[in-house]
Design a protein around this ligand. Structure first.
Ligand SMILES: Cc1cc2nc3c(=O)[nH]c(=O)nc-3n(C[C@H](O)[C@H](O)[C@H](O)COP(=O)(O)OP(=O)(O)OC[C@H]3O[C@@H](n4cnc5c(N)ncnc54)[C@H](O)[C@@H]3O)c2cc1C
Length: 231
């Protein structure tokens, strides 16, 4: 049996290699999408041709999105708790996550490689600060992560149960979860999370997922690239 914290073969590393997202499985293809659209006419085909590509583009352009819901992707995601918090707001995904009630092993924490400054014109945003001499602050974060782990382990050693001891673990703790979503709602996720408005960390995951699914939905990707949207 493999550990869930080991990335699947088909994965992309993010956050300087500390996080990753992998594609576990997918259901359907672009042919499935056009066939789903053609169910209305009582017809299906086995392979895509030029007319099908046009139909696919027509569906997307006209927000005829229900055929896109017949393609489904399952990802394995290894990310800090604060990214997971943002991710789980997307209610159209199904989630399963490693439980810190069951296990206390393999806990690791994220330490950013570069710190950003608070944006002045947007209360929730940040700005890159290449001139920021952040070594001291990054080291403070690393030390805080370590101290949190020490306290967690001390509580377990003292006999405190895992479900209460985990309360002292920081937002930087890495979690691993599976997320399953249909293509329509995955595209909505890309629109929201690979955006200037989204936090850089979750944006890294959105970009990585696009890389993972591009070979599976090449014409969908090309359509959005041509429009200068989403992809
Ligand atoms: C840049 C950014 C900043 C954010 N800041 C905040 C914040 O400060 N505070 C905060 O609380 N949240 C914040 N969010 C989260 C945001 O409000 C959404 O909860 C999150 O982006 C999920 O979007 P969604 O509902 O479209 O996705 P999903 O839940 O995946 O839904 C996809 C689509 O399905 C439909 N849908 C799903 N569920 C329902 C439903 N119950 N009723 C009707 N339609 C539904 C909608 O069309 C929806 O767009 C932020 C998100 C972003 C991207």
């Amino acid at each position: 049996m493999e550990h869930v914290n080991i990335p699947p073969a088909n994965h992309v590393k993010v956050l300087g290699g500390q996080g990753w997202v992998g594609l576990i499985d997918h259901l359907g293809s672009e042919t499935t999408i056009v066939n789903a659209a053609r169910v209305s006419f009582g017809k299906i085909k086995q392979e895509m041709d030029e007319r099908d590509i046009k139909l696919l583009e027509y569906l997307i352009a006209n927000h005829h999105t229900s055929p896109l819901e017949h393609m489904v992707f399952t990802f394995s995601i290894h990310c800090p708790l604060f990214v997971r918090g943002q991710w789980h707001r997307h209610r159209t995904w199904s989630y399963n996550e490693i439980s810190r009630r069951y296990t206390e092993v393999d806990i690791e924490c994220y330490t950013p490689e570069k710190l950003r400054r608070q944006a002045e014109n947007n209360r929730q945003a940040s700005v890159a600060a290449p001139d920021f001499d952040d070594h001291k602050e990054i080291e403070l974060i690393r030390q805080h992560n370590l101290k949190s782990m020490e306290l967690y382990n001390a509580l377990l050693d003292a006999g405190v149960c895992r479900e209460q001891a985990r309360g002292v673990l920081p937002q930087n703790m890495m979690v691993t979860f599976w997320g399953t979503v249909d293509l329509n709602n995955l595209l909505k996720f890309f629109e929201l999370r690979d955006s200037d408005h989204a936090q850089w960390e979750i944006r890294e995951y959105a970009v990585a997922m696009k890389k993972l699914i591009r070979p599976i939905v090449p014409h969908v990707a090309e359509y959005f690239e041509r429009q200068g949207q989403i992809w």
